[in-house]
Design a protein around this ligand. Structure first.
Ligand SMILES: Nc1ncnc2c1ncn2[C@@H]1O[C@H](COP(=O)(O)OP(=O)(O)OP(=O)(O)O)[C@@H](O)[C@H]1O
Length: 270
């Protein structure tokens, strides 16, 4: 789905040119889930903007959804296959109701009436918003508005869904709901790149990529990231509760069959 080889990107900041991405090698398979993280300014947003053709790499190669993005026409075409959900739930709605909001994107694409209706209903059903279809958008919670943003993307039938810190402004219940919803979409075959700074979301992801200063410094499973790599401490992360507890148990010499990552893991080992 995504194949980046030695991807480099520079952006101009005043008179200065800044190397924002440096030699990124990354492959994401169709139907898989990648959690992408890194400190502020490490290049996460820039990297995902190369995936949908909004930014053009200075060098290296990039193919997304079967399109070689060195071809200018493909950079426009890829925007049909790659949809992005952003951080701010309030900044992503244009319609006055969820049904109108989802339909708006379809109208923009010139999707005709019956098909527009079918896709709108399906997208609202997949995001649990049928009962809110005609509610004023302002009456939705932050979590419901993020689900609406996902619905708008789904209606456009993307191959890749990117979410850029989608839970940053949500309460714990909204965060959990959104995470589980997108997990189900992945289970149904959608490829997902989930950008987050929340350690518990990294711990619940099978694969985590860590960016620092435009470099991909880690790409692998969360257990070695939290227990065997220097990155959580180097980057000053608070580990998830289960990892903090696991580290204490290890230090006290408890024989742990498996190092806990999530609260369910912790319950299982105690
Ligand atoms: N349009 C731009 N022009 C110039 N420099 C930019 C531009 N956008 C981002 N940058 C710079 O590129 C670097 C990476 O920024 P980017 O937003 O990709 O990081 P990030 O990891 O997403 O950060 P955050 O978590 O704060 O959103 C930063 O140093 C930033 O100042």
């Amino acid at each position: 789905m995504i194949e980046a080889r030695q991807l480099a990107l520079s952006l101009r900041e005043g008179a200065e040119e800044r190397k924002v991405l440096r030699g990124i090698d990354l492959e994401v398979e169709q139907g898989s889930w990648l959690a992408l993280t890194g400190p502020n300014g490490s290049g996460k947003s820039s990297l995902i903007r190369t995936f949908n053709g909004l930014l053009s790499p200075a060098s290296g190669s990039l193919a997304v959804a079967g399109l070689d993005l060195s071809v200018p026409a493909h950079r426009t075409a890829v925007r049909r296959s790659v949809q992005i959900v952003f951080q701010n739930p309030e900044a992503q709605t244009v319609g006055s109701t969820p049904a109108e909001d989802v339909a708006f994107g379809l109208e923009n694409r010139g999707i005709p009436g019956a098909e527009l209706h079918r896709r709108t209903e399906l997208a609202l059903a997949r995001t649990g918003l049928v009962s809110k279809a005609e509610a004023p958008v302002e009456s939705l919670s932050g979590g419901e508005r993020q689900r609406l943003a996902v619905a708008c993307c789904l209606a456009l039938e993307p191959e890749l869904l990117i979410l850029d810190e989608p839970t940053a402004m949500l309460d714990p219940a909204g965060r959990r709901e959104l995470f589980m919803l997108v997990r189900r979409l992945r289970d149904d075959g959608l490829t997902v790149v989930w950008v987050t700074q929340r350690p518990e979301e990294l711990a619940a992801s099978a694969r985590v990529a860590v960016l620092k200063d435009g470099l991909l410094v880690y790409d692998g499973a969360p257990r070695p990231l939290f227990y065997d790599s220097p990155w959580p401490d180097t980057l000053g992360w608070e580990p998830p509760l289960a990892v903090a507890a696991g580290r204490v148990l290890l230090a006290q010499g408890w024989p742990l069959a498996e190092l806990p990552l999530t609260e369910a893991d912790l319950e299982a080992v105690l």
